[in-house]
Ligand binder design. Structure first.
Ligand SMILES: NC(=O)c1ccc[n+]([C@@H]2O[C@H](COP(=O)([O-])OP(=O)(O)OC[C@H]3O[C@@H](n4cnc5c(N)ncnc54)[C@H](OP(=O)(O)O)[C@@H]3O)[C@@H](O)[C@H]2O)c1
Length: 335
């Protein structure tokens, strides 16, 4: 399998690391051999028609001094000449117009490549357009890493709950806001002080708006609504309330009655929302710290709940790797 990697930040480096580490495992267990032909950043690319040495690139301090580095070369101007079967798209999320990821994905599909992405932007603004385009071009588009990092919700439903109807979903999809609410609950601190701790520990960005105002969780809920429930929703269809107005007093009052305040994403009866909600302390959704959780109500298996890490380079690369293996298995079974 010949691969191009677009984006070489925290997730892109995680992908390179994980593919490098799992090379023998992939060959022995799945008969999957791969070669990365290009790795693209916003400033240029590493290109080698014979395949890049991932470990060597990861170990290089000054990437621009690497012999394979091509300054200013973009993915869009390279795609036609690239000899690749699959594109991994992990550039920054932009939920305004989905770019640059949306164009990267469209061009890859039109070229006949399969695509694996963890980038929420293109999926939030153009989910149905992209999945239909993939179908028309006999391309496989997968996006396990785009929601809740390492938690395999789409593959769980696709591969193990195929016969079930999913009635509804509830979850915690943003580790930063869950960490803040956990701090407020157990350390009895204010929102401001909990946010400062989250920033000091590297769990929150300098500008935490998307996390604490619920935009990030809402984006993931849109992808879940479209990907699992066959809806055609955009971010404007989500009722969004962040956690900035949650007070220590409200948390204490809830605690007196054995409830917690959690930032809950929910998809039920065609309605989607992300908002602070009371849940019993014994609820399966009562996960703490930066953990994420997704709970599905299904007709046959009833409640299925999965808990795990919603972010991190290696965790997200785990989801990407599983998508790549599934595509490889689908392609080799078909051929
Ligand atoms: N981080 C996580 O834990 C996590 C979890 C789940 C999903 N995601 C999603 O995964 C994606 C990547 O996240 P990240 O944390 O790795 O982001 P990041 O650290 O900001 O890295 C983004 C990478 O994309 C590159 N890039 C930007 N514009 C580009 C362009 N036009 N062409 C090629 N490359 C371009 C950047 O280039 P430079 O190196 O030149 O800046 C950088 O290498 C995002 O969409 C994010 O929402 C992240």
């Amino acid at each position: 399998m010949n691969i191009a990697l677009v984006g070489f930040g925290s997730v892109g480096k995680g992908v390179a690391q994980v593919f490098s580490k799992k090379q023998d495992h992939l060959r022995q267990k799945y008969d999957l051999s791969f070669s990365f032909k290009g790795i693209f950043t916003s400033k240029g690319a590493f290109l080698d028609p014979n395949g890049l040495d991932l470990q060597n690139i990861l170990n290089t301090k000054d990437l621009t001094a690497h012999p394979s580095w091509k300054k200013d070369l973009s993915f869009m101007e390279s795609i036609d000449d690239l000899d690749v079967d699959l594109v991994i798209e992990v550039t920054p999320t932009n939920i305004e117009d989905g770019e640059p990821g949306k164009s990267h994905i469209i061009s890859s599909i039109k070229k006949g490549c399969d695509v694996v992405t963890a980038n929420k932007g293109p999926l939030v603004v153009a989910f149905n357009e992209l999945t239909q385009l993939a179908q028309q071009n006999d391309s496989i588009l997968r996006y396990e890493g785009s929601v809740a990092g390492g938690i395999p919700v789409f593959n769980l439903v696709r591969k193990s709950l195929q016969g079930n109807t999913i009635h509804s979903l509830k979850g915690i999809l943003n580790g930063t806001s869950n960490f803040i609410l956990t701090q407020m609950t157990y350390e009895r601190t204010s929102f401001k002080s909990a946010l400062k701790t989250a920033q000091e520990l590297g769990y929150a960005e300098a500008d935490p708006t998307y996390d604490v105002e619920g935009i990030d969780a809402a984006s993931k809920t849109v992808i879940l609504a479209n990907g699992l429930f066959g809806m055609n929703k955009g971010i404007d269809d989500v009722y969004i309330q962040g956690i900035t107005k949650v007070t220590p007093e409200a948390i204490e009052l809830a605690g007196n009655d054995n409830f917690l305040i959690k930032h809950i994403a929910s998809i039920e009866d065609g309605q989607i929302e992300v908002a602070p909600r009371l849940i019993p302390v014994t609820s399966t959704l009562a996960v703490n710290g930066t953990l994420n959780v997704i709970s599905l109500q299904t007709d046959l298996a009833k409640e299925i709940t999965i808990i795990g890490r919603g972010a991190g380079g290696e965790e997200t690369a785990s989801a990407i790797l599983s998508d790549v293996i599934n595509i490889h298995c689908a392609r080799t079974t078909l051929s």
